[in-house]
Design a protein around this ligand. Structure first.
Ligand code: ZN
Length: 206
């Protein structure tokens, strides 16, 4: 996979829980994490509204409780739902942040990781605009990898093996990010960008 040099070299920084230079739409669907929580899990999701259709503002409207559920028959099932994620990465790799990372977003629902339930308490949720069976874009892999590295710097308890899919923590109930998400490719992009950052840091560049 060939990454655009400009993408590869763009380091992502986190300031007070927000990604620098990223569009922010604060969600009301947020609360404090339980006292003493250590953020040690990153959960990858997909979402598109209606499923399989991309490019609308419906997801950000859902995450801010502003979605008009009369606009599409499928939206009826979303009525009254209060959900959010920390970050959405669209098909072009553009990002929107809804919840600062130190706070608790409402993305996982009933969930369990290594015997611990309520994964929202200790995880960060990233949504890729997508569907289980539609290949993700290279811009999404690159964007997700760059943000993953920034989060692993900020929250050292998040290791590569603690980056999972929603389906992994809610099996049988959730299927995202689905078979279309190429975990090997994601990890390869992650390793490539990590090497690039390390090389530049060793060379004295910031
Ligand atoms: Zn999900």
């Amino acid at each position: 996979m060939v990454l655009q040099r400009s993408v590869e070299n763009k380091r992502v920084n986190i300031e007070s829980g927000w990604l620098e230079g990223v569009r922010r739409i604060p969600s009301p669907n947020v609360n404090e994490r339980p006292p003493g929580s250590v953020v040690d899990l990153l959960v990858v999701h997909n979402i598109s509204l209606p499923p399989g259709e991309f490019g609308s503002a419906y997801v950000e409207q859902l995450f801010t409780n502003c979605l008009d559920c009369t606009l599409h028959p499928w939206f009826e099932r979303l009525r009254g739902l209060t959900v959010s994620a920390h970050l959405l990465i669209d098909r072009l790799g553009r990002m929107t942040q809804f919840v600062p990372f130190h706070l608790r977003a409402w993305h996982a629902g009933a969930s369990c990781f290594e015997g611990r339930e309520n994964c929202n308490d200790f995880s960060i949720g990233i949504e890729l605009e997508g569907a289980d069976d539609i290949p993700y874009t290279s811009a999404q892999y690159a964007g997700l990898a760059r943000v993953s590295l920034a989060l692993m710097r900020e929250y050292p308890a998040i290791s590569v093996r603690r980056i999972v899919g929603h389906a992994d923590i809610a099996p049988g109930r959730k299927s995202d990010p689905g078979a279309a998400f190429d975990w090997d490719l994601y990890r390869a992009v992650l390793a490539k960008i990590a090497r690039s950052v390390a090389h530049r840091t060793a060379g004295g560049a910031q």
